[in-house]
Write a protein that binds this ligand. Structure first.
Ligand code: ISL
Ligand code: CA
Length: 552
């Protein structure tokens, strides 16, 4: 069985500070805004708050480009505001986890400002510099934000590596001084009392020796190549020994580019690296990174079974279907039409909170917030979309319509629009002009409404979270998919000793008669519909209906 740990029983809620709540009318969410909503989060019933980057940053990538790790972004407030937030979180019995972005820094970080000055600057070796090759960049690495991953810096006439934006130079982890700097900034925050880190693209930190070209089979998905550096595990074990092992904390690695097979290497507790990672197989199942294939329920179920089988009792999993890099969960996996939005959002909540692994909820999902009705490219803010537009549309490689169709479906800005607090202007997010437009559906979809309505998505989350808290089988129970091939019904059990729960989800708008394979539903304990058959083997499932039964 699993060794009990608080982070295996916790539910994590991700806050994207820029879009959460603005306290001073400048249109940008801030720390005081978050503090003012801690009662809301506590009454929702989440245990841990993961804060997307709140550090000093010029915001080329909304804070994922850090200029000073020990300072608070001025738009978000001051260190005193941070201390106040942390205190407020603890006072309510919750925990706070920060975003650790240390594969790269901002080009405005003082280390890089020094590094680019000269080839013999003491900070030169903090980053990855190479001379050009044949009049071009050192190799064929590409950036996730379009173009080459190398930029020529005229001062020294050498290139620096950036797997992401030009303003996000990659750190050189092979330099022991860099590693010590990172451990020290981690301790700075841990000593303040934070409860852990989500680690941004952590498997990229060890680079391949001599930086060979990306081979053809990896060109469409270079993340699986960038994660093959030989020292990744050595560095994580060192970090564990010097920092992680000294605190009661949790770690979750953003394992972009790690396969399921490679996961235990990062999370098997006997290896002393990370507690858990995000695997992207599920959240990216419908992503059109060449070509758009859509997704099917059997494929999604196969991922969960595979994860369950490849991770043993020493490796812990996570469950999530959304974050700040992906579309809204109800738009991607449910049905965001007025008729089915609430039902399907509740069904997805039921699933995420009863599958095996620590669940991560993204802000606004508890309200059933949807994708944004983007019209043209001018409605977007994100560097990823804007750069891709230049690379594909402005060069005529992809038609405008085709590009926008995809962007509307998967663009990161879908999940970055401000939280809809009430039906006042700008959804009560700000009294000023929001940095990114509020979804026009805020009059209907907002927290104030949902807190009053017992049938709301918000109140369903509340009940589901409370139920999960008292039900250990959802944390530690065995998982079994009862009907892997079924195209519309997802039925599975979670079993811990004598306690057994059955979850039945209708992933379609069709009413279906469903015969349970080899199990009898017992007492209905959760449902997004109301009363239903009990002690039965045949269930009449309504569209997007979700039920949880206790099996006797
Ligand atoms: O969002 C993506 C593209 O749609 C992913 O490729 C994403 O860039 C990848 O998962 C890494 O994400 C993390 O690091 C990025 C940052 O932009 C993301 O917001 C962050 O989650 C660079 O720091
Ligand atoms: Ca503000």
């Amino acid at each position: 069985g699993y060794e009990p740990k608080w982070w295996k029983e916790a539910v994590v809620y991700q806050v994207y500070p820029r879009s959460f709540k603005d306290s001073n009318g400048d249109g940008i969410g801030d720390l005081k805004g978050i503090t003012s909503k801690l009662d809301y989060l506590q009454s929702l019933g989440v245990d841990v708050i993961w804060l997307s980057p709140h550090y000093d940053s010029p915001n080329a990538d909304n804070g994922y480009d850090i200029r000073d790790y020990e300072k608070v972004m001025k738009e978000f407030g001051t260190m005193a505001d941070f201390d106040e937030l942390l205190k407020g979180v603890k006072a309510r019995g919750m925990r706070l986890v920060l975003d650790l972005v240390v594969n790269h820094t901002s080009d405005e970080h003082r280390w890089f400002v020094e590094s680019r000055k000269s080839k013999d600057n003491p900070y030169r070796d903090y980053y990855i510099w190479r001379p050009g090759k044949d009049g071009g960049p050192p190799n064929n690495y590409t950036s996730f934000f379009s173009g080459s991953a190398w930029t020529l810096d005229p001062t020294t006439n050498e290139y620096y590596l950036h797997c992401f934006a030009v303003k996000q130079p990659d750190l050189n982890w092979d330099n022991p001084k860099v590693r010590q700097e990172v451990y020290s900034l981690m301790k700075f925050w841990l000593d303040k009392g934070v409860d852990g880190f989500r680690m941004d693209v952590i498997p990229f930190i060890s680079k391949l020796p001599d930086l060979p070209d990306i081979p053809p089979e990896y060109r469409e998905r270079p993340q699986y190549f960038y994660t093959q550096g030989p020292h990744l595990h050595e560095y994580l074990q060192e970090m564990n020994k010097e920092v992680l092992s000294k605190y009661d904390m949790m770690t979750v690695g953003e394992a972009f580019g790690v396969t399921l097979e490679g996961t235990p290497m990062l999370v098997d507790e006997r290896r002393h690296e990370l507690n858990m990672i995000f695997n992207f197989d599920a959240v990216r199942i419908g992503h059109p990174s060449t070509p758009w294939i859509g997704w099917t329920l059997p494929k999604l179920k196969a991922i969960y079974t595979d994860e369950d089988q490849k991770l043993d009792q020493h490796s812990w999993n996570t469950v999530f279907l959304s974050n700040h890099d992906n579309p809204r969960v109800v738009s991607a996996f449910g049905d965001d039409s007025p008729e089915w939005r609430e039902k399907s959002a509740k069904l997805l909540a039921t699933m995420v909170l009863t599958l095996k692994g620590t669940p991560f909820i993204y802000q606004g999902d508890e309200l059933g917030m949807t994708n944004y009705p983007f019209k043209g490219i001018e409605d977007f803010d994100d560097i990823e979309v804007k750069n891709a537009w230049k690379e594909y549309v402005e060069t005529g490689r992809i038609s405008k319509e085709h590009f926008l169709d995809n962007a509307r479906r998967v663009a990161r800005d879908n999940s970055r629009t401000p939280i809809q607090w009430d039906d006042s202007s700008n959804g009560g997010f700000t009294t000023g002009k929001p940095w990114l437009a509020v979804n026009p559906n805020y009059k209907k979809i907002n927290a104030a409404e949902e807190q009053k309505d017992k049938d709301s998505v918000y109140q369903y989350f509340q009940r589901m979270l409370a139920f999960r808290k008292t039900t250990k089988a959802f944390s530690y129970g065995d998982y079994k998919d009862l009907d892997p091939q079924n195209e519309k019904i997802f039925a599975y059990t979670r079993t811990l000793g004598k306690e057994k729960y059955l979850v039945v989800l209708n992933f379609s708008k069709d009413a279906l008669k469903y015969s349970l394979p080899g199990v009898k539903a017992g007492k209905l304990v959760m449902s997004n519909e109301g009363a239903a058959e009990e002690n039965a083997t045949t269930l009449m499932m309504k569209g997007w209906e979700a039920r949880v039964y206790r099996v006797e």
